[in-house]
Design a protein around this ligand. Structure first.
Ligand code: FAD
Length: 291
């Protein structure tokens, strides 16, 4: 099943997970997979680190398990900046052998002191390459508040259009906390000819450290309502978790009301949070209009 086809008749609801650290056995994530399966997402995407010589074995094993053991549609992230064509070929071959046809084609963040082979500079090159390699359904990343290294949003959207022209058939956004940013971005992207489904990436923030790390990494703007919430509950973990879930639910309800193509929840491997969110919006998901 190709993810692109899911958008044809309904709003898509999906999750993202990351593999356990290299020092932990892959089995440590199995209980999370089981719990997420119960929530019946349309697909689950599995991240893969950009750096190092990692061949994605754990990530691919998890994607494979999702498909074979849990009957959940997997999507494998494939970042290219630190990989040669040969390394990408190996990953694609493994995915094909596992019957995994959905990939999120990414440049990846440049890891300091790690070699950058000259094979790929941008995700659009990887997308074109994967197109030639097999029958994959290719998604790509996009940035409602502009990618941090792009000079401005117009230029970034031009580069996004190159990814769609190269063969990306759906997009997932970077996390954001201000729905207005997403609305403006979607409008501008459409005007620029980016006419593929865009899933909104929602990160339920449940602890203070996580917020600090994310804001440094992706520079998402924080609406006053959000910062007030964090300040009020920062020393009360349970209250902050519940407030973070409530904030994410409010964002999702607003986006669905607006006719968003899909919601992609960055679960951070926290199945409790994913369940709370899914339960809170399940009736709305069922009622979401056909796009
Ligand atoms: P690109 O589309 O190549 O864009 C990167 C920058 O280059 C942008 O500023 C763009 O404007 C610019 N650019 C693009 N084309 C050109 C061109 N032709 N000329 C000049 N400039 C150009 N990272 C991981 O390592 N692993 C993951 O699993 C992962 N999953 C992610 C999932 C999502 C949904 C998102 C939003 C991000 C994810 N990332 C992941 C992070 C991502 O790899 C980084 O944000 C990275 O910096 C950019 O990747 P990209 O694919 O968007 O790159």
């Amino acid at each position: 099943m190709k993810i692109t086809n899911l958008f044809r008749d309904r709003m898509v609801f999906s999750f993202e997970i990351f593999p356990p650290k290299k020092t932990s056995p892959v089995e440590t994530i199995y209980s999370t997979l089981e719990a997420l399966q119960d929530l019946h997402p349309d697909f689950i995407s599995v991240t893969l680190g950009a750096g190092g010589s990692g061949n994605g074995t754990n990530a691919i094993a998890i994607a494979r398990r999702l498909k074979e053991e849990y009957d959940v549609l997997p999507m494998a992230h494939v970042p290219c900046i630190h990989r040669t064509k040969e390394e990408i070929d190996n990953i694609l071959n493994e995915l094909q052998d596992a019957g995994i046809e959905n990939v999120l084609a990414l440049r990846g963040d440049i890891v300091p002191d790690t070699p950058v082979p000259e094979d790929f500079s941008h995700a659009s090159e990887l997308i074109a390459y994967i197109q030639e390699k097999g029958d994959f359904d290719i998604g790509a990343a996009c940035y409602p508040e502009c990618h941090p290294s792009a000079p401005n949003l117009d230029v970034d959207i031009q580069h996004l259009k190159e990814k769609v022209d190269a063969g990306a058939t759906h997009l997932i956004t970077q996390l954001f906390f201000d729905n207005e940013m997403f609305r403006d971005f979607r409008y501008q992207a459409q005007r620029a000819g980016v006419n593929v489904p865009i899933e909104a990436g929602i990160m339920p923030v449940t602890n203070r450290k996580q917020i600090e790390r994310m804001v440094t990494m992706c520079g998402a703007s924080l609406p006053r309502k959000f910062t007030k919430l964090v300040q009020r509950f920062e020393d009360q973990p349970e209250a902050l978790r519940d407030a973070g879930i409530a904030y994410a639910v409010e964002q999702i309800v607003d986006l669905i009301t607006d006719g968003v193509d899909g919601i992609h929840v960055y679960t951070m491997n926290n199945s409790y949070v994913a369940r709370k969110i899914t339960e809170a919006v399940s009736g709305i998901l069922r009622a979401a209009p056909i796009c």
